[in-house]
Design a protein around this ligand. Structure first.
Ligand code: UDX
Length: 435
């Protein structure tokens, strides 16, 4: 995976390294010495067996717990940082207890879910809306919560440190991500209705976002949400609901993912129908592949499904992303769903599909293309010389803005046929090429 550096991280590491931040590969030695162990291992979606495609795979968590138990000579607080299904702490406690040979060693398990988002991780850490710590409702449990809270209290006001029981903390993380994703899927569903009625999704989002009970965040219509958390966590929630017999609740949350898939598919279909129902052998320039701007992260990026959809109809793609490498794009286009989150055991399946080119310049991507397809909201796409781009393209020249970041009126004035998500449609797109 290629990532661009998290803003502010370098400075934090430089200031703390060698003082109170040390890196080491001697995992067992340091765990044996630690009072508090933060476990931040991956919890990918299972790809096979019971719960495949929904349930979280806890292999790495269990492995970490077994190792902690094996090397521990003193009592420790074990902090769950990874996003885990509800009740994971209970299972981990059993693994820890049964595998530690020293009967005097005790483990206190806390859930301390991480809410930071990529690109804003350092400011989310230094100035979080809240820190959540869940622990057992016993004297020991409360003491362990207080120990961890005292670490955060160095820079976070006490009223922002929320203390709950273990299960509430575990479930809060899944629910927070599910609720955020649900807002995007809700607004994306309305973007389709806007196109059918002539309403404008940005005006609708703005109108509802000014209701302080709803608020303005996470109401930007897009070609779909991506990233390593939202889909995984919702499917995990769905699986937990199914496991406890709550079928309707499971269906409700699953529909958030269904709506996300619908939005990607709908975008692909718009492109095909606008371009005379055929994109076969047509060059399409794809602007952006990362799941959001300011990162090279492509995990669950909507670009994967959109590009695959366009390739399935015979398009020739020329992809430009400021951060994502050619190798990563090809790997993503060839990797089956959910496989990306598992260590690659065999040679990586890198697509050498000739219908995809990856270039390092937006002008080059658009040269001789029939259309530009914007999939990530990178700021630099707003300042491309679109007149020069237009002049180098096949006519009619289309732009499909999957993030609503461009100046659509200016592009129309240059001669582009523009499709913007959830915006009133150009006559050409609404009535077909005859218009
Ligand atoms: C998310 C949560 O925000 C964070 O709290 C959690 O800890 C991890 O998951 P992240 O995946 O880094 O963080 O990205 P986020 O900024 O939440 O965006 C997720 C996706 O939603 C992106 O693809 C983004 O482009 C999309 N999005 C976001 C929209 O389509 N519309 C919006 O209004 C907001």
């Amino acid at each position: 995976m290629s990532f661009c550096p998290e803003p502010g991280l370098q400075e934090v590491v430089e200031a703390a390294r060698g003082r109170n931040l040390f890196f080491s590969t001697e995992v067992e030695k340091h765990i044996a010495e630690a009072d508090i162990v933060f476990v931040s291992v991956n919890t990918p979606t299972k790809t096979c067996g019971v719960g495949a495609g929904k349930a979280a795979d806890l292999t790495y968590w269990e492995g970490a717990a077994r190792m902690i138990a094996a090397v521990s000579k003193s009592s420790k607080i074990i902090v769950e940082k990874s996003t885990v299904p509800v009740k994971t702490a209970e299972a981990i406690e059993k693994v820890l207890k049964r595998n530690c040979s020293d009967p005097t060693v005790e483990f206190d398990i806390l859930s301390n879910p991480e809410f930071l988002a990529e690109g804003t991780a350092i400011s989310d850490l230094t100035c979080p809306d809240r820190v959540l710590i869940g622990g057992k409702d016993t004297e020991r449990g409360r003491k362990a919560i207080d120990v961890l809270a005292s670490v955060y209290a160095h820079w976070i006001p006490e009223e922002r440190i929320l203390k709950t029981n273990l299960w509430s903390a575990e479930l809060s993380k899944l629910t927070a991500n599910a609720m955020l994703a649900q807002r995007i899927s809700s607004v994306n569903s309305i973007s389709a209705l806007c196109e059918a009625t002539g309403a404008d999704i940005q005006q609708v989002s703005n109108s509802i976002g000014t209701d302080s009970r709803i608020g303005p965040k996470f109401l930007n219509a897009s070609v779909g949400f991506g990233g390593s958390c939202f889909q995984k966590d919702i499917l995990n929630l769905v699986y937990i609901c199914e496991s406890v017999g709550l079928k309707d609740v499971a269906k409700y949350w699953e529909s958030v993912v269904t709506m996300n898939d619908y939005q990607k598919q709908r975008f692909v279909e718009r492109i095909i129908s606008a371009m005379f129902n055929t994109i076969k052998k047509k060059k399409l320039a794809v602007y952006g592949f990362a799941f959001k701007k300011d990162t090279g992260d492509t995990r669950e990026t909507p670009a994967i499904d959109v590009c695959r959809g366009l390739m399935a109809d015979g398009a020739e793609l020329c992809i430009y992303d400021p951060q994502v490498s050619e190798k990563q794009v090809r790997l993503d286009l060839a990797t089956p769903k959910f496989e990306w989150d598992h260590p690659v055991s065999k040679a990586s399946p890198v697509s050498d599909d000739e219908s995809v080119a990856i270039v390092k310049d937006p002008m080059e991507a658009a040269k001789g293309a029939h259309a530009i397809v914007v999939l990530t909201e990178w700021d630099e796409f707003k300042t491309v010389d679109y007149q020069a781009v237009y002049d180098s393209m096949v006519k009619p020249a289309f732009i499909f803005d999957g993030r609503n970041i461009l100046d659509h009126d200016a592009l129309r004035a240059m001669g582009f046929i523009v499709y913007a998500l959830g915006k009133p449609l150009d006559a050409f797109i609404l009535n077909g090429p005859a218009a």
